[in-house]
Design a protein around this ligand. Structure first.
Ligand code: ATP
Ligand code: MG
Length: 392
């Protein structure tokens, strides 16, 4: 019965003079999401709301799901739209709406009117009372409860009149494209896709870098990362994925540096390369899936050593999360099943039996000097031979 959605947003409402930028970004993202499904929609904004009107047939569940992937949406309300042809006609229209949704059901209701068009000849209170009385007369099973109704009959008076009851929760956050760009170090694990999702939820556009180590890591391991990027792109929008061949750098580190420091030194090279690619992409921060204490390379000492090579801020949204909390989010956003596929990871192949858990920056820097004369060329080559995959 619904041909339109009224889309509510919360946080963008408080952005003062920049508010229109947020609303326009939200309209763009809603359009992008609905473009991916069958059916044509007109998407527009109107004082505090975004409306998506179907111009053709569409699959309701598919449309709701698409909208649930748009950051910035706090609620999705399937809405019936009526032309304003006077109050009597409105009462008929609302009764038709109630009949279809709640006819014959023993429930309580409350009419809640909002007048965005103040010239409407009745006040909100008068409309509530008029429509409520009419519904009570027509439907013997419905009762009013103004405090805790089972359903609200929301009526918004604008150029047209919008009637809705259901509010389906949206993902919240801010629309992608309002916060600049950041570069995600995306591995095939559980954490980094979640980290990318979380930062993107604050309105940030995401690029990604994956460090690939053939033949130690397979094509399937790479495909898994491409799949993960595609899965989060349902939320983040298009992702530019850099695939960097890291094998020679890893072998050089393996060859020249103390084995208990391999992971830290390798992570430092990942961060250096990622930062360089980020700069070239106009990205302003890096994102990782690190979380305190999860593995040897994620102690405070290790994080300090890794961080020391970066000038840009490094966002670690999972830093204080327990693993189970991260798993819960990955299941919610749909990356978990891909993340747990058992393909080798370049970090695990070269990992030492007993990695340092309290690396000292001075020592790490000294160990890295053993790479001088070899690493520069490998670093350049890694950048030159990168493959760029456009996701979406
Ligand atoms: P994840 O579940 O994200 O793989 P993890 O718990 O396995 O994380 P590490 O392997 O220590 O942790 O990696 C820490 C972070 O470094 C990852 O979250 C990711 O951001 C980045 N990272 C690790 N390996 C790679 C890789 N091969 N390519 C790109 N980024 C990587
Ligand atoms: Mg990993």
């Amino acid at each position: 019965m619904f041909h339109a959605f009224l889309i509510k947003y919360s946080e963008i409402g408080i952005k003062g003079k920049n508010r229109y930028l947020f609303e326009d970004a939200l309209v763009r993202q809603v359009r992008r999401a609905l473009n991916k499904i069958d059916g044509n929609f007109t998407v527009s904004k109107e004082t505090g709301r975004v409306f998506a009107m179907a111009e053709s047939d569409f699959d309701y569940d598919e449309a709701v799901e698409a909208l649930q992937h748009v950051f910035g949406v706090s609620a999705i309300c399937p809405v019936s739209v009526f032309e304003d042809r006077g109050f009597e006609q409105l009462a008929e229209d609302v009764c038709g709406y109630v009949e279809e949704l709640y006819g014959g059901r023993e429930i309580t209701f409350k009419v809640a009117t909002r007048r965005a068009r103040k010239e409407y000849p009745m006040t909100s209170m008068e409309i509530n009372a008029g429509l409520g009385g009419m519904i009570l007369d027509r439907f013997s099973t419905l009762k009013v409860d103004v405090h805790k109704p089972d359903v609200f009959i929301n009526v918004e008076i604008r150029n047209n009149i919008y009637v809705y009851s259901e509010e389906i929760k949206g993902p919240g956050g801010l629309p992608v494209g309002t916060g600049g760009r950041a570069t995600l170090l995306l591995s095939g694990g559980i954490d980094s896709p979640v980290a990318g999702y979380m930062i993107s939820k604050r309105g940030i556009q995401i690029d990604a870098v994956y460090f690939h180590a053939p033949p130690y890591t397979s094509e399937r391991a790479k495909q898994k990362v491409v799949d993960l990027a595609r899965e989060i792109s349902a939320y983040t929008g298009p992702i530019k994925l850099h695939v960097v061949n890291f094998t020679d750098i890893q072998l050089a580190i393996y060859d020249k540096c103390p084995h208990d420091e391999l992971t830290i030194i390798m992570r430092r090279y990942m961060m250096r390369i990622a930062e360089q690619l980020a700069k070239e992409d106009g990205s302003m921060a890096l994102i990782t899936g690190e979380s305190i204490g999860q593995v040897a390379s994620q102690t405070l000492q290790s994080l300090n050593c890794t961080n020391a090579v970066c000038e840009m801020p490094v966002f670690r949204p999972l830093i204080a999360f327990d693993k189970q909390d991260i798993v819960d989010i990955s299941q919610k956003i749909g990356t978990y099943d891909t993340s747990i596929l058992p393909f080798e990871d370049c970090c695990t192949i070269f990992v030492a039996k007993h990695p340092v858990t309290k690396p000292e920056l001075k020592r790490i820097e000294k160990s890295e000097t053993h790479l001088t004369g070899v690493i520069e060329e490998l670093y350049e080559k890694a950048l030159e031979t990168q493959e760029v995959i456009s996701i979406e």
